[in-house]
Ligand binder design. Structure first.
Ligand code: DON
Length: 345
């Protein structure tokens, strides 16, 4: 039996509390039941909580139904498990950032990111301007990462392509390959953020002034804003996460979307900075690389096992979905998927 299957069966064993059955005697149905039980329990536990609030600094996000709540888990062998609303689309927002990072690493290799932007946590809010000054002056070099806005806009500026149109088509094609279906932009969200993103424009200009962005910061901020407006549902996000979990190969379409050896670099930055100033707290409880977005999505990656996503728009003060964090934390514990817990192997 392949190692991967053994690992998933171990998850099932732990989740159903079985201790004596051999992995061979466990049916697929038992594994399915264990995963579905974990998803259903987390869904029901947090369905009615009232904490958090939709993002409203992007006006279109304030109008999104705060009741949208769905959980999807996709295993590296392509099985999809869902509960709740996994069809309603929200904007991907910052969950786009690791995929743009992946694209730049694919095009230019991992060293360029480490040297020009950095791969360290800022410990500050996702749109902090102080973090740019601090990285520049106090730390004397690129001590940032591609998942906070300054580093993300700079990462987008590094995408290769002749025209803006070419860069965009390549980027959304790359995201779509991760999702396993053609993705589109929510034009209302794009317009709404483009009209109100003066802070990100200032961040782009400052990153240009300090030489992190080599040219055309306005275009970089514009493409960044469009990438944040890509519409996705919980299943899309789980498939994108599962593709990272599966060494860059989409488990549903079979397409090798990125080079397997480049995936760990993306996951490392997600582990370091995926939930911004709450990244440490997240890792403390789950041990998994993850990424949140102010649209209400959250993905987490269990390398070699599964990708999971929750969509629920109400956010906490750090800008992370309240229900999504709670639900994924519970599911990771239930499935013994924390890689720092050796029992999970
Ligand atoms: O740039 C922004 O502010 C948004 N387009 C994305 C921020 C975001 O998703 C932060 N996430 N938790």
């Amino acid at each position: 039996m392949k190692r991967m299957y053994r690992a998933v069966f171990t998850i099932a064993l732990a989740a159903v509390g079985a201790s004596t059955a051999s992995t061979y005697s466990l049916a697929q149905g038992t594994k399915d039941a264990a995963i579905n039980a974990a998803l259903n329990a987390a869904y029901n536990k947090y369905k009615d909580i009232q904490e958090g609030k939709n993002a409203d600094y992007i006006p279109a996000l304030a109008k999104v139904d705060p009741k949208i709540y769905g959980i999807a888990l996709v295993t590296t062998d392509g099985k999809v498990y869902t509960v709740g609303d996994v069809k309603s689309e929200v904007s991907i927002q910052s969950i786009s950032k690791p995929f743009t990072l992946a694209k730049v690493i694919e095009e230019q290799g991992p060293e360029v990111i480490e040297k020009t932007i950095g791969v360290d946590a800022t410990g500050m809010r996702f749109n902090s301007i102080v973090s740019i000054e601090f990285s520049q002056k106090a730390l004397g070099g690129p001590e940032m990462n591609s998942l906070v806005n300054p580093g993300a806009i700079a990462t987008t500026s590094m995408l290769q392509g002749g025209t803006r149109g070419e860069i965009w088509r390549t980027l959304i094609g790359f995201y779509s390959d991760f999702a396993g279906r053609p993705l589109n932009v929510d034009e209302e969200v794009f317009k709404s953020e483009a009209e109100t993103n003066q802070r990100n424009q200032a961040i782009g200009a400052l990153m240009y002034a300090y030489g992190y962005i080599k040219n055309n910061p306005g275009q970089a901020t514009d493409i960044y804003t469009e990438q944040c407006a890509v519409a996705v549902n919980a299943k899309d996000l789980a498939m994108m996460a599962a593709t990272l979990a599966n060494r860059g190969k989409n488990p549903a379409t079979g397409k090798q979307v990125m080079t397997p050896q480049n995936v760990p670099y993306v996951l490392a930055v997600m582990a370091t900075a995926g939930l911004y100033d709450d990244s440490g707290k997240w890792l403390y409880h789950t041990g998994l690389p993850a990424k949140s977005g102010v649209g209400g999505g959250l993905i987490a990656v269990s390398p070699g096992k599964f990708g999971i996503a929750v969509v629920s728009p109400p956010l906490d003060d750090a800008g992370n979905s309240v229900r999504a964090q709670k639900a994924i934390r519970d599911i990771v514990a239930q499935l013994h998927a924390n890689p720092y817990d050796v029992a999970s192997r």
